[in-house]
Design a protein. Sequence first.
Length: 185
Amino acid sequence: MLETVYSTVRTKMHKTVELLSSELTRIRTSRPNPAILDGVKVEYYGAPTPLKSLAAISVPDPKQIVVQPYDRNALADVERAITKANLGLNPIVEGNLVRLPIPLLTEERRKELVKLCHKLTEDAHIAIRNVRRDANDEIKKLEKEKRISEDDSKVGTKRVQELTDAQIKAVDELFGKKQKEILEK
């Protein structure tokens, strides 16, 4: 009975951590990371299409990202989409590819990015705590319905707290790693 509660808790909390990880990956640092382009959608023949479906994205050196569309006709659309995405990058069209020089971050911008990461981390903490609350409510309901004993309820609540602590720790580690990456010059 409690195993289904644990399974649900694990699944929901793991999804929260994965979501945070993907959101943090999209935040720009001084190092080029193709993942910052993951959210870019290009208007391609009237349909919003993910950039990574339309182009090869590479990092030829530590100062730039290169985007090479598979369809040369989409070059202007790719450039427009990157500019419109407001990533703080200025695309430069050269021949059949788009170069994205990665400018160094100012100290002020670094602090803003750390604050954004902190907010995303806090949102993840809240989501994990909400999952914990829902699981504890479910355990209390099972106890009230006499489907589990009072001892099982206490053990279940303790186990849910252990799962919560583990996921909170994972979220904090992701934040610490990203913070270090952003503040690195």
